[in-house]
Design a protein. Structure first.
Length: 398
């Protein structure tokens, strides 16, 4: 790690790390934060701000174009394709870059990266910088079978032992993190999910102001996310088959390994001609053309797409997939039990459009979830983390 004596001569050196530019909410938010920190650092000069050094396992992925201009990115050219074992490859790349660049703080952008962070603590010992990890998923994981869930709880406690500080995306997550990770309250900070930029909020609010809902006999439902098991789009298709009238349509924006299975299921359910899966793309155009946003996930933390939907004036129907979901959706939609197709269908069918007053209130509530606010809060947290010895250092020194 850098010599503390030179801490006033340069900005804090931050090293986030990502597998690739493959689409994902965690990765998109991380890129936005990196861009904001880099802009802030450039504006504040050489002795203040944050010096961001993003480490990537590989450079492929549809979000490559979303990488902030001028952001330093560090990687080792792949000797052969590493996607099948991307976590191990990222560990190799990150360890090399930590030793070469001696960052002050590592930033793990989501739960997916916890294993990489713990591996760095074990491999580097006292030479490993403190790690701040953003908890990006539900920690209850009620979808897991009993024995697997017990192992998952053990893994959370291992994270709590080695990772220095955790952030949650909304206040309801605080108690969940403290209990799940078995950590003291002072090792948990709540920073509202940096889902959008302030300009995004304004653009989405304009969509909401001009929204003209269709009639109840011809409704347009939309969902946005990876075509992966966690999102449980099979549940959404079954619910749509139960809820939809002959003129209703469903659009699922996203890409992933479950595409073929979901297409077959839609055909089996007899709704294939009313379900569109256009692939990865920007959410706002689809939100503008929709009447109801639906989230069918088995587990989440605080999905950025729900913030986008509410800011655009769309009501949200969601499964109870997160400790934060009921407080996020509030009076702007309906939350139903996870895995219940009949309950999801009934809520989809019954959900009214938001009133003008509700749309304004939703924009005001979602304005808390901006990257500008979050980046400043994280910057202060990183300075604090860099000034403290982490739990792993204490263990090794004991």
């Amino acid at each position: 790690m850098p010599d503390p004596s030179d801490s006033g001569a340069r900005p804090l050196r931050l090293m986030p790390f990502l597998h690739s530019f493959e689409p994902g909410g965690v990765e998109r938010v991380a890129l936005r934060l990196c861009g904001q920190w880099a802009r802030q650092g450039a504006a504040e000069g050489a002795t203040r701000g944050i010096d961001v050094r993003l480490v990537m396992g590989r450079q492929d992925g549809a979000m490559r174009s979303e990488s902030p201009p001028g952001l330093p990115i560090y990687m080792i050219p792949e000797p052969f394709p590493t996607a099948a074992w991307e976590t191990i490859w990222l560990m190799i790349v990150l360890r090399r870059e930590i030793r070469a660049q001696r960052p002050d703080v590592l930033f793990a952008a989501g739960n997916t990266y916890a294993i990489v962070a713990v591996a760095m603590k074990l491999a580097l010992g006292r030479a490993c910088p403190p790690v701040v990890m953003k908890v990006s998923n539900d920690l209850e994981r009620r979808d897991l079978p009993g024995p697997v869930r017990a192992l998952y709880r053990l893994w959370l406690r291992i994270q709590g032992r080695f990772i220095d500080h955790f952030t949650g995306l909304a206040e309801p997550m605080r108690a969940e993190i403290i209990a799940g990770m078995n950590v003291a309250a002072e090792r948990v900070t709540i920073i509202d999910d940096p889902a959008l930029a302030a300009t995004d909020i304004a653009a989405l609010a304009a969509i909401g102001a001009g929204r003209t809902p269709t009639t109840m006999g011809s409704r347009r439902y939309v969902s946005v996310g990876r075509l992966a098991g966690q999102k449980n789009y099979a549940l959404l298709l079954r619910a749509f088959a139960l809820a939809a009238g002959p003129a209703d349509h469903l659009t699922i924006v996203g890409e992933g390994g479950e595409r073929s299975r979901l297409q077959r299921l839609a055909t089996t359910l007899g709704i294939g001609d009313r379900v569109a899966m256009p692939g990865h793309g920007a959410a706002p155009p689809t939100l503008a053309a929709a009447d109801v946003f639906v989230l069918s996930s088995d587990y989440e933390a605080l999905p950025a797409v729900v913030v986008e939907a509410l800011a655009s004036g769309l009501p949200v129907v969601s499964t109870d997939c997160s400790v934060s979901m009921k407080s996020l959706v509030g009076s702007f939609g309906t939350v139903v039990p996870t895995g219940d197709a009949a309950a999801l269908a009934a809520a989809m069918r019954a959900q009214p459009p938001l009133t003008t007053a509700q749309r304004g209130a939703a924009v005001a509530a979602m304005s808390a979830f901006t990257v500008e606010r979050a980046a400043a809060a994280y910057a202060g947290l990183f300075v604090l983390a860099a000034s403290r010895s982490g739990p792993q250092n204490a263990i090794l020194a004991a």
